[in-house]
Ligand binder design. Structure first.
Ligand SMILES: Nc1nc2c(c(=O)[nH]1)N[C@H]1C(S)=C(S)[C@@H](COP(=O)(O)O)O[C@H]1N2
Ligand SMILES: [Mo]
Length: 389
């Protein structure tokens, strides 16, 4: 999938139809055939420039989210990729700084590594907070689970050798802010997280080369942590004794340590960085508002968390008792688990709810404590359906 192919479809189609309408009024009444590419791309666009688009929940019925349906979140326009060899520098508090292009990376003979892991934007579910918070109004689909492959970040950093004061790894990216006043997406992760064996520099998703829109040719994979740490288009790693300076590390992606009254903003010293994912589950089927034929139904969805495994998923029908759903296997400690539950509905309107509990006994709340940036929503998912005889 190239950048061109992920240009929001409906705007292209609109422009195309407009051209047709101007050229030949009759032609505009003929529906245009979608290309095979267009049929494969199924995203709900929340913003066009830069492209921010979420995955329809219907594909959350399987372990691996199809790459072409994987949500896209970019602060700025993606960089040009593929014009010249991609070079990565490793420098800062290291013994032997170096730079290397992706072809040469093979010559380092770092052990290949793959992991199935959930990538979820910290702002997934932001649209459900009340009062309304600013930001991309993600509903349910700024999340997905994929197999990521590449090399361990630890192996690349150790190749350069760490100096004793090393404490953080800054990530330099190739996407460029639109205005000189806009801060760059400069971020860092603590050294222990950078050295964790699950933290990868990935070149592949689901066995295919990483598409440019998802950070290809090289992005960071930080399983168990929110998407803001999964830096795309890595072109440099700078080992430092300090966190990265600037807006995106020091101000953005922070939330209150303890819940605050809705609408209030605690002072910066009471905010902590958003890191670990919380326990969450969603319906893939049925979808909210679905009209379904009566007869036995299989409810299906996904459940995930950060470092504390999912222990249990439960279903409640029409606000009745919570009953356990069947949990599928855990493909990795950071993969989501597909759950399912059989249901014999009577005709009429029904409300279905799903909630997950982690191994520490933490259960999803009815709604998540309000925070001004709308992070880490994990309120119980409810769908309303009509069953017709
Ligand atoms: N360079 C760069 N990396 C980035 C971002 C970005 O804007 N620029 N967005 C981050 C955020 S907030 C998220 S949620 C994920 C989204 O990854 P995806 O577009 O592959 O789904 O990328 C992260 N990495
Ligand atoms: Mo994000």
């Amino acid at each position: 999938m190239s950048l061109r192919e992920t240009t929001p479809r409906h705007s292209l189609r609109r422009r195309h139809l407009l051209r047709l309408a101007l050229a030949a009024p009759l032609a505009s009444s003929l529906p245009r055939q979608l290309t095979a590419q267009e049929q494969r791309i199924r995203l709900i666009v929340r913003g066009e420039r830069p492209l921010n688009a979420e995955t329809p929940v219907s594909v959350f019925d399987r372990l691996l989210t199809p790459t072409e349906s994987f949500f896209v979140r970019s602060h700025f326009r993606p960089p040009a990729v593929g014009l010249r060899p991609w070079v990565v520098r490793v420098e800062g508090l290291v013994e032997r700084p170096f730079q290397i292009n992706l072809k040469e990376l093979d010559t380092l003979r770092l052990e290949p590594s793959s992991i199935v892991a959930v990538l979820q934007c910290a702002g997934n579910g932001r649209a459900f907070f009340e009062p309304v918070v600013p930001g991309v109004p993600w509903r349910k689909g700024a999340v997905g689970c994929a197999e990521w492959s590449g090399v361990r970040l630890a192996d690349l950093i150790r190749h350069a050798g760490l100096q004793p004061q090393a404490a953080h790894v800054h990530t330099l990216t190739a996407d460029i802010p639109p205005h000189p006043q806009t801060p760059p997406f400069l971020r860092s992760i603590p050294l222990d997280r950078a050295l964790h064996p699950s933290t990868l520099l990935a070149t592949h998703i689901n066995g295919e080369p990483l598409p440019a829109i998802h950070g290809g040719p090289l992005r960071l994979i930080v399983p168990g942590w929110t998407g803001n740490h999964w830096i795309k288009w890595i072109r440099g790693l700078v080992v430092s004794s300090e966190e990265a300076p600037g807006f995106y590390q020091q101000t953005a992606y922070r939330m209150p340590l303890h819940p605050v009254p809705p609408g209030t903003n605690p002072p910066p010293d009471q905010l902590v960085p958003v890191t670990e994912l919380n326990i969450k589950s969603l319906f893939a089927r049925p979808e909210d508002g679905a009209i379904i034929a009566s007869g036995r139904q299989r409810l299906v969805g996904a459940a995930w968390s950060g470092f504390t495994p999912v222990e249990r998923v439960e279903i409640s029908i029409n606000r009745g008792p919570w009953t356990p759903a069947q949990l599928g296997p855990a493909a990795s400690p950071f993969a989501w688990r597909i759950w399912q539950h059989e249901w014999d509905p009577t005709p009429g309107h029904h409300e279905l709810a799903v909630r997950a509990t982690d191994a520490h006994g933490t259960t999803q709340p009815e709604s998540t404590p309000w925070n001004k940036s709308g992070y880490l929503w994990n309120g119980i998912d409810r769908v309303r359906v009509e069953v017709r005889a």
